[in-house]
Design a protein around this ligand. Structure first.
Ligand code: SF4
Ligand code: SF4
Length: 192
């Protein structure tokens, strides 16, 4: 079953408390179950704006300056933590896709701490809407339609915000790589 939280713009499922999706199982019993939170999230301008308005020091210290952050002009990807034992796995006969899947099974998102540690408004649309095929296949038609409708709605909001504010930031000649303090100020002024 899924629950659409329209206020916080996210889709939730109780099934995630004990993830049964075959693709997202840990490599062995020693690893904790993190389900699809093996992901490396990218923060787009919508969530960057929310964080800059709400908690700029968290943005600076835990996202922009995160040791695993890869900063682009208008987004930031924070790479997941890959457990060191991944390096000991045999990969000789694996395709690129199989290697990526294996690496994912040894990975944990930097913001995972017995569940997501981020406020929903700090999470990108994928993190707020991803529902695996195991859950999706168990839904009736009505809930499948709701899932698709709200996934599209929340993703579109993120994309529209990105296009609008990327254009404005480019017009001002500011970006997250060269002038992050000006980007923070730009978003903080949006709330006034
Ligand atoms: S959405 Fe699916 S894969 Fe992700 S944690 Fe929930 S059950 Fe697991
Ligand atoms: S940001 Fe949160 S929801 Fe997204 S992958 Fe990380 S822990 Fe999971």
């Amino acid at each position: 079953m899924i629950f659409i939280d329209q206020e916080k713009k996210q889709i939730l499922s109780n099934n995630c408390l004990n993830c049964q999706d075959e693709f997202f199982q840990p490599p062995n019993r020693l690893f904790p179950k993190v389900g699809c939170c093996s992901y490396s999230p990218t923060f787009y301008l919508l969530e960057i704006a929310n964080i800059c308005i709400d908690n700029p020091s968290f943005f600076m210290n835990s996202i922009l300056k995160h040791p695993k952050a890869e900063t682009f002009a208008y987004s930031i990807k924070v790479h997941a933590n890959v457990h060191p034992t991944y390096q000991q796995t045999s990969q000789e006969h694996l395709s690129k896709l199989e290697k990526d899947d294996l690496k994912l099974s040894y990975s944990t998102c930097q913001y995972f701490d017995n569940g997501c540690s981020l406020d929903p408004s700090y999470k990108n649309a994928v993190c707020r809407t991803f529902i695996c095929m195991t859950i999706e296949n168990s839904l009736d038609e009505k809930h499948k339609k709701l899932l698709h409708k709200w996934t599209k709605t929340f993703s579109k909001e993120e994309m529209d915000f990105q296009v609008k504010h990327e254009t404005k930031l480019k017009q001002r000649g500011i970006n997250l790589i060269e002038t992050p303090a000006k980007v923070i100020k730009y978003f903080q002024e949006l709330k006034d």
